[in-house]
Every structure is written in C-alpha cells, then in structure tokens.
Design a protein around this ligand. Structure first.
Ligand code: GLU
Length: 505
C-alpha cells in the first residue's frame, strides 16, 4: 500500500458520541503521523434512520475538537462525492457485478415470510439466519428458475444478498488484535442492496473504501463482526484489502458495559462533544463544549482512552499526540471512562493557559453578570490568583466574583464569629489608615495595618478576618492585601464604609 489514506465515516443518525470522536481522532492522528490523508465520508444510505441536523452536528463537533479533513463532504478532494446518497447510481453497478460473478443473488422473500420463519425458530429456542443452508429452501434466484426470477424481478420487490460460502475460513490481520479467523458457516447472507434502491452499509462501505483508495480502516470494535463479510467482499471483487484496526470500546466508569448515550446525564458528565437536542423528542443532552471543557483537554483525555504512549507523560498537545501515536499502542480491551480524570485534564489545561487568554474566555461570563467596567490588567492578575483552584472558566467567576462586585451580603457564620462589638471601630481606624496611604500596594498596606494592630495590642487574626469579611463578604480568598490592592482604593474604602454601616451582629 503506497500512501496512507484513512476515513472517518459516520452515519448521520444522531449526535456523535465521544467514542465516535475518538475514532475520528485516532484516524486523524494516524493520517498526520504518516503523512497521509484524512477523509470525511457521510454514510447516509439508511434513510429510515436519517436525523435532521446530525451531519452539521458531526462537522461542528469535529471542528471544535481541532480534527481536520483533507478530503470530504465540504468540497475538497478528487474522490467525491463523499456523501453516499449522492453516489447511489454507482452502487447498482457494483451489486450487479457480484450477481454476474455468482457472489450474490436476488432474494424475493417478503418481510412477513421472514418474520414467520424467525418466530418459528424462536419458538424452538433457536435463531433463524438466511445462510448457506436455509437459502436452499427460500425464495431466491438460486432456487427459482431463470424465468421465474426474471418475472419476479419485474413484478415484485427484491433484495440482493451476498452468497456466503459454506464452511470456509476467512482470516484477516487486525493491526490491534492480530490475526482474526472466522468460519464462514457462522456468517449469514447479508443484504447488500435493498428494495428501496439503496445499498446497505456493507456494500456502500467497501465499494467506497476501495474507490477512495483507503489504506487503513480504523473504526470501533462494534464493526469487528462485520469485518469477515467485508473481507469476503474484497475477495469477491478481487480487490486489495485495506488494513483493519478495530478500536476498543469505551466502558462505563464502573467498568462494566459500554458507555451509552444516557449514562452521561445519569452520572453527571457529558458523553457528547457538544450539546445535542433530539429533534424528535426535544430531549437535550449535555456537551463538553457547553460544560466548559477546553477542546485540547477533551482531546488529550480521549487520546489516552484506549491508547498509551508507553511513557508516564499525560499532557499532550495535538502535535505531540501526532508525534507519539501508533496503532500498536492501542489496547484490545475496553477503556474505562473516568469523569474525574476528565476534570483533572481540564484543570491542568487551565493551569497551563496564559492568564490573558483566560480573560478572553471569562469576558462573556463577566458580561452576563453585569460586570461592565474593569481593567484588563487587574482581571488578569485576579485570574492568576485563583486559577489554581479552578477546573472550568466558570469557576474563576465563582472564586473571584467579589473582585468585580461589591458584596451586598455577608456570610452569616463568619459575621457571627468575626464581627465583634469593637470591630466597627477597628475597621473605621483601618479605613482611615488606608485613605491616607499613597502607595496602594499589598505589602506596604499590610505593614501599615500590622503596625496599627501592634500598637493597639489587639489580636492579628481577629482584625484580619473581620477586614476580609468587610472586603470579600466572606471568610475565603487569597492574600487579603492583594485583594485590597486589586479592587482599588475607591472601591476598598467604599466596601469598608458599607461594612461598618451594614454588618449587624
Ligand atoms: N457508518 C459507519 C458508522 O456509522 C461506519 C463504520 C465504518 O467505519 O466502517 O460508524
């Protein structure tokens, strides 16, 4: 195989689960690492499962994640169209080719007939399959005469089924799982072409992978059972097979079972990259983007969910992931999703971001809270003071709102503990000291107040806690004099005046 060409091939049947994003990511990393091409193909042959808005959702989510495509539905590339519904006519020819070569046949069984066979099998605790054995007794071009077949093709609905050989071994090499061998007797005669004139996933998928010269098929483990059929199809067409790599499933945080669409909202974390409103049920599902995750942190977390770099390194930029990625280091067994670790990643990214950059993310939150006037330099310093304690940008506001808003309430517990009979007098004295200082900086202000406390022989802690309550409205926060410095002289004096007037014991 000369050049690396991989594809991400979602069906627009709903939003993209984080498992899907991870599949796209691994394809992207693999393509970039190997100087190959990354393709976005939309597999929309199952019209009954089409969901409005899903395709845009998929594209927007991947864009937010920083996963880029070299070719695909948005117009780039020489192998288009990249949407299967626009390639409809092409599949007819390929289905016909298999009929002609004897690898496929027409089947005329109605759904009622098949359903009654299924019911009968179920009654005997077995499962009906359309396969090398049963097809000999069913209504298809293998059992009917040429004339009967011809007449039925003109008069009734039909499907085209793959003629799976009986008792043959199909072996292929999976880049993650090694050699996989399946006996064809365990496989059924899958429908390749449906009565609505559309191919099924199986036919369209392999025809397109072939025509688009896909070198590696990297996809979720749920497609592993389909791989033997796909390999058989390649053989039937005498086409070279791509290399397969089936990624491990993402497990629930408890470790058992696949992480499902509903787990997130049940357990309090998103399973979708962006929030999604189901157009039919109007139900809304949470998204990483809206919940305040940085795309880089989300991608970093996902990259390590199933792949390991073989070192202790945990924080990776996209460039570093590209450099380090290989399919050999993708695990076979399920990867357990860890919501705490996901938050941890975001916290690391928060710490590593420039304060000025975080201010840009904070601005809309400030605006929402009616904070209109603030100096950027001050806000940047505030961010630097509190960000260590934050997982999300919204936490900055929670930790630091008092820098921007005059407290209107005072924590009752702190008042009870810290605001004594003589506190208003002390705070009035301190207000006087601060009013008269020309150097509005934390250290000299601290020293002035400390000197006052010493002279008055009052408890240092008692004064500082009361002063904090007056400035912050609470007992929390970083260095008090830094807060006083940052809120500015006018505001600090205002807060002391308000506290003296308003705090009632
Ligand atoms: N359309 C399939 C999906 O929705 C693609 C599977 C594959 O990559 O072959 O996942």
């Amino acid at each position: 195989m000369s050049s690396v060409r991989v594809r991400f091939a979602p069906s627009p049947t709903g939003p993209l689960h984080i498992g899907g994003v991870r599949t796209a990511l691994y394809n992207y990393l693999f393509a970039r690492k190997n100087g190959g091409k990354m393709i976005l193909r939309i597999e929309d042959t199952d019209q009954t499962r089409f969901v409005a808005g899903a395709e845009d959702y998929i594209k927007d989510s991947l864009k937010w994640c920083g996963i880029e495509f070299d070719e695909g539905v948005d117009g780039k590339g020489d192998f288009g169209p990249y949407k299967q519904s626009e390639r409809k006519d092409l599949y007819v020819k390929y289905a016909q080719e298999l009929i002609d070569s004897g690898w496929a046949y027409y089947a005329f069984d109605t759904s009622e007939e098949l359903n009654s066979l299924r019911d009968a099998a179920e009654a005997e605790k077995s499962v009906f399959t359309y396969n090398a054995v049963t097809r000999k007794t069913l209504k298809n071009s293998l059992t009917l005469s040429a004339e009967e077949t011809k007449a039925l093709l003109e008069s009734s609905e039909y499907v085209i089924r793959f003629k799976m050989p009986e008792d043959d071994e199909v072996t292929f090499t999976d880049a993650i799982r090694g050699d996989v061998t399946v006996n064809t007797s365990r496989l059924d005669d899958k429908i390749l072409f449906k009565s609505d004139g559309m191919p099924t996933y199986h036919l369209a998928n392999i025809v397109d992978d072939h025509l688009m010269e896909i070198s590696h098929v990297i996809r979720g483990e749920e497609w592993l059972p389909s791989a033997p059929l796909h390999v058989m199809l390649y053989r039937a067409y005498k086409w070279e097979e791509p290399i397969f790599a089936h990624l491990p499933i993402i497990l629930k945080p408890v470790g058992k079972g696949k992480l499902s669409k509903r787990d997130g909202d049940k357990m309090g974390f998103p399973v979708f990259p962006m929030s999604w409103k189901d157009p039919k049920t109007e139900e809304t599902f949470a998204g990483y983007m809206e919940n305040g995750f940085f795309p880089d942190s989300f991608i970093n977390m996902l990259a390590l969910l199933g792949w390991n770099p073989g070192t202790e390194q945990e924080i990776f930029s996209m460039e570093e992931l590209i450099e380090a990625f290989s399919l050999e280091r993708v695990g076979k067994s399920g990867a357990k999703f860890d919501p705490d670790k996901t938050n941890w990643f975001n916290q690391q990214y928060m710490k590593n971001q420039e304060d000025a950059q975080l201010l840009e993310a904070l601005r809309p939150i400030l605006a929402e809270n009616e904070v209109k006037e603030y100096e950027d330099a001050m806000a940047i310093e505030v961010i630097g003071l509190v960000k260590e304690r934050c997982v999300f940008v919204k936490d900055i506001w929670e930790q630091a709102s008092y820098f921007f808003q005059t407290p209107t309430e005072y924590n009752a517990k702190v008042v009870k503990k810290r605001w004594k009979e003589n506190t208003p007098t002390i705070i009035t004295d301190i207000k006087g000291i601060l009013e008269n200082t020309d150097t509005w900086e934390a250290v000299p202000m601290h020293d002035l107040v400390a000197k006052y406390i010493e002279e008055k022989e009052i408890g240092f802690g008692a004064v500082m806690n009361a002063l904090r309550l007056a400035i912050v409205g609470d007992g929390k926060g970083p260095d008090l004099f830094k807060i006083i410095e940052l809120v500015g002289k006018e505001e600090a004096i205002k807060r002391l005046t308000l506290a003296i007037e308003n705090i009632k014991r």
